[in-house]
Design a protein around this ligand. Structure first.
Ligand code: HEC
Length: 119
């Protein structure tokens, strides 16, 4: 009786851990196909612009300052696409698709809670 209970528990653990292992793998392969925008930001932008856009260097912060190139996400997408000559802000047009750039623009714009949401 006791033994059967144990076997039951053990096989249950196997089922549960097997399930989480498969979902881990599918989450990982989905991420490598098209990483989400937050991941793109973390990997490509955060080293300069800081987590949540709170860069310690004021020129690179997205919060607590006035946007230099405009407050529409289209303005931000233009900066991300073309970069800003003469500054460390490089062009990302070869690295990302136009849709990824649009998503990144909306992502960084959303860091600034003082901006009204875009329609
Ligand atoms: C090597 C550092 C660096 C990296 C990496 C970088 N940026 Fe920038 N970014 C800057 C600097 C510096 C500026 C300010 C340029 C200027 O003075 O006009 C800037 C400006 C911007 C602006 C315009 C801000 C404004 O005030 O109008 C946006 C939007 C932007 N970056 C988005 C991004 C995104 C999105 C990424 C990642 C895909 C990224 N940046 C990666 C350094 C960087």
């Amino acid at each position: 009786m006791h033994l059967r209970g144990m076997i039951c528990t053990i096989s249950l653990v196997f089922v549960v851990s097997g399930m989480s292992a498969t979902s881990d793998i599918s989450a990982r392969s989905a991420a490598s196909q098209s990483p989400d925008t937050a991941t793109l930001y973390r990997v490509n932008c955060q080293m300069c612009h800081g987590p949540g856009g709170k860069a310690p260097i004021p020129e690179m912060a997205f919060v607590g300052r006035i946007w230099k190139h405009g407050t529409k996400s289209a303005d931000m997408a233009a900066v991300i696409t073309n970069g800003v000559a003469g500054t460390p802000m490089m062009s990302f047009k070869r690295k990302f698709t136009p849709d990824q750039i649009k998503a990144l623009a909306r992502h960084v714009r959303a860091f600034d809670k003082s901006l009204p949401p875009e329609k």
